[in-house]
Design a binder for this molecule. Sequence first.
Ligand code: CU
Length: 146
Amino acid sequence: MNKIIIVGIVVVVLIGGFVLLSNNETNVPSGNQKDIGSLIPSNQITEKGTDTVVTENEDVIKMNSGSFFFAPNTLKAKVGEETNIDITSSGLHTFTIDELGVDVLTQDGVTTRVTFTPKTAGTYTYYCAIPGHTEAGQIGSLIVAE
Ligand SMILES: [Cu+2]
């Protein structure tokens, strides 16, 4: 009789532990997927640009623009020197820098040349002005040095 009770308790504890463990395993990943999925379709996450820096030494900077990234997402430039960027766009986006008066529409599948000459040192933000794109991550930093 005692053995049956002990075995019964062990079984209940094992089942309880298993239920707790399996709840933890399923709750955490599904929560993460829900957060990401509400922002960006999962098939586009892998296209997101990595953190890369282009120096001021290059004559023409090559950039990719897509949903929702600029690659590179950090650029360097020098005061008084012309900066040229060839932006190859996947989807319709803009390349916009408010302080420099740059606001260029980049068409899907087309490479668009953007040219500007910064006159003041500082860090500027470039972004896509199409609603929702900046919030989804289509944003970068332009660092202008003397
Ligand atoms: Cu965009």
